[in-house]
Design a protein around this ligand. Structure first.
Ligand code: MN3
Length: 199
């Protein structure tokens, strides 16, 4: 099995004004494609050839750094496009809302902690809502890492690499993470991932 670049689930202009066509042209069409192509090249001849993406990510962590970085970024970005939608943000489905309040204290606290995680991640990385030990919690990771390799299931992730926001927000990462949460998140998709993770 080789990996392939999925189409965006919306047009390149669909997330404007919060994420521009130019950002998606670079981020999806070039950066994500490079992760896919590099992962396919590095996968050849390894013990993970023919495994699912999740198995490659978990298996290569700590064992094959280059393959892990690229496969994990493919996993992260595949989900990232679906974690956003035009006219996103807004109401969080009831069951997920309850789980967030249980795990994070309140919706406002979750948003505050998620923004703090995204802003506080030094250099490149991601901030997450994850399902771990029966609870929804906030976390952050460096570079291409994700909660899968820390015994958790990601249900929402925000890419805080500069390539995700520099065109639209320049160095204002806090404004980007706030706009992501308030105007871009596809909470229905997050709720679906929560349902699957919480079984
Ligand atoms: Mn990215």
């Amino acid at each position: 099995m080789t990996f392939s670049l999925p189409d965006l689930p919306y047009s390149h202009e669909a997330l404007q004004p919060y994420m521009s066509r130019e950002t998606l042209e670079y981020h999806h069409d070039k950066h994500h494609l490079a992760y896919v192509n590099t992962a396919n090249t590095l996968l050849k001849g390894t013990e993970w050839e023919g495994k699912t993406l999740e198995e490659v990510v978990k298996g290569s962590f700590g064992k094959n750094v280059s393959l892990f970085n690229n496969a994990s970024q493919h996993y992260n970005h595949m989900h990232f496009w679906n974690w956003m939608k035009p006219k996103g943000g807004g109401k969080i489905p009831g069951k997920l809302e309850k789980a967030i309040v249980d795990g994070c204290g309140s919706l406002d606290k979750m948003k505050e902690d998620l923004i703090a995680a995204g802003v506080g991640q030094f250099g490149s990385g991601w901030c997450w809502l994850q399902f771990k030990d029966g609870k929804v919690t906030v976390s952050k990771t460096a570079n291409g890492e994700n909660p899968l390799v820390h015994g958790a299931t990601p249900i929402l992730g925000c890419d805080v690499w500069e390539h995700s926001y520099y065109i639209d927000y320049r160095n204002r990462r806090p404004d980007y993470v706030k706009a992501f949460i308030e105007n871009l998140v596809n909470w229905d998709h997050v709720a679906q991932m929560y349902d699957k993770a919480s079984g």
